[in-house]
Design a protein around this ligand. Structure first.
Ligand code: ADP
Length: 489
């Protein structure tokens, strides 16, 4: 038997997952919660020491469950992206709380900056000029925490994302690295040269000595010592990118969608980074064996949350999964469209002011129609992203790999296949993110080859489209009209 462990450090919990290479499945996992701290309106922090302590506790608990620790061949890491931690290069002590990706403390600064540097930043990094990414959080730490500034001036500061912090801590301070996917979310990383960008580093007032060395996602980064055994730490990637790999999206046009609270899509565009003119983010998909593959990323803020809204605010059903039965009681939405823009519309519309609407109500509309229309809205939102991704990449979507809570809904998956006109492929192993980190680890250690990923990722159910393009194109036209009303009302 041999195993690899994936550390899946998420926004509100951190987990250690034991993956059995021979059985090709996850055999054990241990999760711990991480508390979020809200010091004032719009600020989101976490205790960096707690992030490490909880991660370590989960890791140790999983190791303790192994009969023979020597069978654990390596540890891979996947993590919440963009979150920034500042720590002392010598002691490893965090100098401030982790500033979480959701934190809006630098949003005024970023909206001013976008007027003068928005285009430059977009061209170089593929990102939109927003407080979401790491750079302005790093600047805030340097400007507002005297110890961070002082350590920076002496060359004794580490400024990194969570992958970097965990790798540093787990190797006892021997390694200060980040992987290309995490680097590509900082806003300091040049997609073309695949390295830190001096101009951007200066713009955000960061000292290059404070930044980690950028390595491949499958790189061997160091060793974790436990009970006298040295276990290689190998493979790191941001959570969405790890899911892309876990889903086996290795070729141009391969794409995964996570149907959770929101909807997150990544689309493999191959070796060339393409800067979007239509509201998509360009990001590093993964770096394997020194080669870098790029991806488009699109997010829809409200997807499963709309089902929660029907459940909790309108009392339509007791469990989210009940939405499927209700939707299937009718053969169509009866002309009803729900645009769940509760918090504005994300890609490709980018309208923060938009608010949700329901159109096409008639005297015969029932709960079933509205529920069906809400599920259909998820599929239409995905189609919006697919259209832009295909047109900007010049490639065709091959198949959609799905995961996330709402991907359990067969009606939604079938409707998705019909609306986009490609197969929707649901995997046996639903933990794509952890699986991606496990694959990266195994790849880096030479336990598997890149092509093996395609064999290891097994399909649980394939949803194939009906041969009725006209019908689904007409339905989609109706969605576009509804979105138009929501945007311009
Ligand atoms: P997150 O990681 O974003 O918290 P999950 O991947 O756990 O989300 O998915 C939970 C979301 O998916 C919730 O918004 C829930 O309403 C929705 N959901 C879960 N199961 C179903 C289902 N069978 N049908 C439709 N929506 C579902």
């Amino acid at each position: 038997m041999s195993y690899v462990i994936a550390i899946d450090e998420g926004t509100t919990s951190t987990r250690a997952v034991l993956y059995d290479l021979k059985k090709n499945k996850i055999v054990a996992q241990k999760a711990s919660q991480i508390k979020q701290i809200y010091p004032c309106h719009g600020y989101v922090e976490e205790n960096a020491a707690e992030i490490y302590a909880e991660t370590l506790a989960s890791l140790v608990e999983i190791l303790e469950q192994c009969d023979d620790i020597a069978e654990v061949k390596g540890i891979g890491i996947t993590n919440q992206r963009e979150t920034v931690i500042a720590w002392d290069k010598k002691t490893g002590k965090p100098l401030y709380n982790a500033i979480i990706w959701q934190c809006r403390r630098t949003s005024d600064f970023m909206s001013e900056l976008s007027k003068t540097h928005g285009e430059l930043i977009h061209e170089k990094t593929g990102l939109v000029c927003d407080a979401y990414f790491s750079a302005s959080k790093m600047k805030w730490l340097l400007d507002n925490v005297p110890e961070v500034k002082a350590k920076s001036e002496k060359g004794e500061l580490c400024l990194g994302t969570v992958d970097s912090f965990l790798a540093y801590k787990l190797t006892g301070g021997k390694t200060f690295v980040t992987d290309v996917t995490n680097a590509s979310r900082t806003m300091l990383f040049n997609l073309e040269t695949c390295s830190w960008d001096d101009e951007l580093i200066e713009l955000f007032g960061v000292d290059k000595r404070s930044l980690p060395k950028v390595v491949s996602s499958d790189a061997l980064v160091g060793e974790f010592e436990y009970d006298g055994v040295k276990i290689p730490i190998c493979g790191m990637a941001g959570d969405q990118q790890a899911a892309l790999l876990g889903q086996g999206c290795l070729n141009v046009g391969d794409s995964k969608i996570t149907y959770g609270t929101g909807l997150f899509m990544l689309y493999n565009t191959g070796y060339k980074s393409i800067i979007s003119q239509k509201g998509l983010i360009t990001t590093v998909g993964y770096g394997i064996g020194g080669k870098v593959v790029y991806a488009f990323e699109g997010s829809v803020f409200n997807a499963g949350s709309a089902i929660q809204w029907l459940r909790d605010n309108l009392g339509f059903f007791g469990k989210s999964s009940d939405s499927e039965k209700l939707a299937c009681e009718v053969s169509s939405s009866g002309g009803v469209y729900v645009v769940p823009a509760f918090t504005g519309l994300g890609a490709p519309y980018w309208s923060p002011e938009a608010r949700g609407i329901i159109t096409g109500l008639s005297r015969s509309t029932t709960k079933s129609h509205v529920t069906r229309a809400t599920l259909e809205a998820m599929a239409y939102s995905a189609k919006d992203l697919v259209e832009v991704m295909e047109s900007e990449s010049g490639s065709k979507l091959s198949e959609l790999k799905c995961d996330g809570g709402a991907s359990a809904n067969d009606f939604l998956m079938k409707f998705q296949a019909n609306v986009v006109g490609v197969n929707v492929n649901r995997p046996k192993e639903k933990e794509s993110t952890a699986l991606g980190a496990a694959f990266l680890c195994a790849l880096g250690l030479g336990l598997i080859a890149e092509n093996d990923i395609l064999k290891l990722r097994e399909c649980e159910k394939l949803f194939t489209p009906e041969n009725d393009r006209k019908k689904y194109d007409e339905l989609y036209d109706g969605w576009k009209k509804a979105v138009g009303r929501c945007l311009y009302d």
